[in-house]
Design a protein around this ligand. Structure first.
Ligand SMILES: [Zn+2]
Length: 103
């Protein structure tokens, strides 16, 4: 059910124009067939943030990569020595670290 913003007439969902005043109706659900109201893609990073925030996000990304590299290093070391037990504390420790950083 779509309520007309101009006259308040209630129209069914598939109606494009108000049955009373012929005003174009704003559908509550996005219709891909129309493609007129393209929703803006969700922004993962705030562009309008202050430089400190940008720096922090960069540092966080560097940190995340450092974790990945450490984990990759441990994995390579494990594969080389054929001993896999160091993987468990390494993964656990890194998981804990990442979890701590994101809280
Ligand atoms: Zn209307």
């Amino acid at each position: 059910m779509i309520t007309c913003t101009k006259c308040g007439e209630k129209n069914s969902d598939d109606t494009l124009y108000c049955t009373r005043c012929k005003k174009k109706l704003q559908s509550s659900h996005r219709s891909s067939a129309q493609g007129q109201q393209q929703p803006e893609p969700l922004r993962t990073f705030k562009h309008e943030g202050v430089p400190v925030d940008a720096w922090r996000s960069i540092m966080r990304m560097v940190e995340a990569w450092a974790y990945v590299l450490v984990l990759a290093g441990v994995a390579v070391g494990c594969a080389y020595t054929k001993t896999w037990w160091p993987m468990y504390p390494a993964v656990g420790l890194l998981g804990l670290l990442i979890w701590f950083r994101q809280v």
